[in-house]
Structures are given as structure tokens and as C-alpha cells.
Design a protein around this ligand. Sequence first.
Ligand code: CA
Length: 228
Amino acid sequence: MSSRILLVEDEPGLLLTLTDLLESEGYSVETATTGPSGLAKAINGAFDLILLDVMLPGKSGYDVCRELRQQGKDVAILMLTAKTQVLDKVVGLKLGADDYLAKPFDPAELLARIEALLRRVTKDGLAPVARFRFGTVMADFEKGEVLKDGAPINLAGKELQLLRYLIDHRGKVLSRDEILKDVWEYQPDIFSRTVDVHVAWLRQKIEDNPQQPKHILTVRGSGYRFSQ
Ligand code: CA
């Protein structure tokens, strides 16, 4: 599957050039031209990397980056800026950007940075989290406590383990066999309904509308995927 990149850039010429460049390299590209729309897409979409301009209408790239990190989004962020001062670089990295490239840049340099970042993300995978917020739910795995709308939810041991497993692998499609093997330590293909049953229970407890789940998603024919 090709890596998904969100490009947030307000300069029409550069937006077009970069989109062409990235698509010709086989990336799947979505674009936004303002800070607020970029932030919304980044929060709602599942991207592998965000190319984020600093000077944007509505909200600066710095603010977008900070808000994404505050919301627990750990997508790779490469900031683009016309400014070249060291100060900006420090500010950007402090706010949680992974890398930084000053305009004007060499397209080959940009592609090399993107590849390096994506390799790092793929290799490291996602960091397991001790605490994780999604929708109106706050899960604290250290305390073994899950709150929805501020009120504690009672989760059985396996439900909590399953939730944690889904969150640790968020964004990835997980087959029933994988889940069964990792969470239940069963040999696959014996009790495969177990996963579906527990997913249904979890949805009852954490989803606003369990019939139309927004977080524990069914991937037809494949398994499940957790979405923040
Ligand atoms: Ca700009």
C-alpha cells in the first residue's frame, strides 16, 4: 500500500508542483491550503506523513503541529518554511515536528527526507501509549482505568487488553487471527468468533453509536482497525 501524505501549503504553484512530484513517486496525496483545514484533515485522516508549511492562513504550521501532538497524533511531520533562522527550526522541533526543510528546497532533498522519515515510522512502528484519548474516551492503561465523558467504564480484563492492543496498533488493519494470537495467545482458527464478540462488547462501552462505530472499525474481509 502506498504511503499517504497530507500536504498543507497555501502557495498554489508549490501545492501543484509538490502534489505532482509526490504522486509521481507513488505516494497518495491529499491537500489542504489553510491551517484550520489542514488540522482537521490531519486529525480525521490516517496519514503516514504531513508536509506542513509554517506560514499558513488561519493558523500557523507551528500551531497545527502543536495541536496535533497535544491530541496524541504521532504522525510524522516535516515542516516547510521560507524562514531559515535557527530559532524557527528549534521552535518547530520543540513543538513536535520530526524534521524541517527551508524553502526553496531541492525536490530530491525533499524526497530523501520524506523517505527517511517514512522508513523510521515503518521500522519503529507506533509507540505503545500509557494514556490515550479518542473521541470522548480517555484510557489510562497504567491505572487500568477508562473514562467516557468523564465517567468510569467497567471493562473486563480481556476488553482492556484488546482495547490497548488496538490502540497500540492504531491505523493498522489487524486480522482476527493476529488479534487472537496476540491478545488471547490462542492458536488461530479455533475460536475466531471470540474476537468479534469482544469487539462488539467493547463497542457497546466506548462508541457513541455502537451500530456505527467511529473508533473500532470493521475492515471487510480483513479484520479490524482502530481509528482515533
Ligand atoms: Ca505559506
